[in-house]
Design a protein around this ligand. Structure first.
Ligand code: GLU
Length: 320
């Protein structure tokens, strides 16, 4: 797959999902993304990923923008939101359909799980068993039946080299199968939307949590099916975990940036604690975002997940 030529001006994006408030884990990834951009002269687009209808929470978009600015991050140009204009996604879906790269699928989650013969699995854990793949001769679908749209996934691995996580290979066909590019509600699915968005903004550098590594393989397939060059570089960074080894969540206490802010914690303490977790300082420090940017170095970022402890929380909340 062709990569963007290196002479292309670098562009990255901060892409919060307004499905909840920014916590320390999101803040860490955004700081890394921002520092990388500001060190390399990349343009930064702020994109609100608000297509996930049912999960979007009122006011979370404003909250994310406020939290990022309060931490000292900035970006170039006004924020864009996915729901501002659905036309580019509709056009992309039209092209995929025209190329016979997709097909309609009215199956419910329950039908997919039952057909995959995995009764205890969640819909996201099962390989789509090709129920409505046209060559499997599915029952006819009436035109007015609500149906999602799936991308045909060919056999074989999808390989790419991540700028931080190294060489990767995912067999999308064997693990996920034909995946959704549009939902039954007629909205673009995340895997399609992100490809269209990144292409439109000429994004060259994607920096995000490493939970999205498997998604990158799917996004490369979407880009290929659309005949688009994918972003030139991906950097997937380890997630932040709670002391129990699970991804940072509510049960680990209130680690929302806004909650610390309301408790009177200075942004510089949050940035300085995160700098410590990024290998930039040997203990938590009080740092501005500019200090973080100046010190940031991919080579010092630990490759293993970052664990936040009650001691970190106590350090943030101490007043002197
Ligand atoms: N909005 C997504 C998230 O917050 C990130 C999407 C992406 O980086 O591709 O998880």
């Amino acid at each position: 797959m062709p990569n963007a030529p290196l002479s292309t001006p670098a562009v990255t994006r901060l892409a919060p999902s307004p499905t909840g408030a920014l916590h320390l884990g999101n803040a860490r990834t955004f700081l890394i993304n921002w520092a990388h951009a500001r060190q390399t002269g990349a343009r930064i687009q702020l994109r609100i990923d608000d297509l996930d209808g049912p999960r979007v929470k009122a006011g979370a978009d404003r909250g994310a923008v406020d939290d990022l600015a309060w931490l000292g991050l900035d970006w170039d140009g006004p924020p864009v939101r996915q729901t501002d204009d659905l036309t580019p996604y509709t056009k992309a879906l039209g092209r995929l359909k025209h190329a016979n790269a997709t097909y309609r699928c009215p199956a419910t989650r329950r039908e997919v799980i039952a057909a995959a013969a995995a009764p205890h699995a969640g819909a996201h854990d099962v390989r789509y068993p090709g129920l409505y793949r046209p060559e499997n001769h599915p029952p006819p679908i009436a035109p007015d039946t609500p149906a999602a749209v799936r991308l045909r996934v060919g056999p074989g691995p999808v390989a790419f080299t991540d700028g931080f996580a190294g060489p990767q290979s995912f067999n999308v066909n064997a693990t996920v199968g034909d995946f959704l590019v549009a939902t039954k509600a007629g909205l673009p699915a995340y895997q399609l939307a992100v490809v269209v968005d990144d292409h439109r903004a000429r994004v060259t550098d994607v920096i995000r949590g490493d939970d999205l590594l498997p998604s990158t393989a799917r996004q490369l397939l979407v880009a290929r099916a659309l005949g688009l060059a994918p972003p030139a570089r991906y950097f997937h960074v380890p997630l932040v975990l709670g002391p129990d080894g699970h991804r940072l969540a509510k049960r680990h206490g209130d680690t929302r940036v806004a909650a610390y802010r309301a408790a009177g914690v200075a942004a510089e303490r949050i940035v300085g604690l995160l700098a410590h977790t990024c290998g930039l300082a040997d203990r938590p420090v009080v740092w501005s975002a500019a200090d973080f940017r100046d010190a940031f170095d991919w080579k010092r970022l630990p490759p293993s997940p970052c664990t936040l402890t009650p001691e970190h929380d106590a350090w943030l909340r101490q007043t002197s």
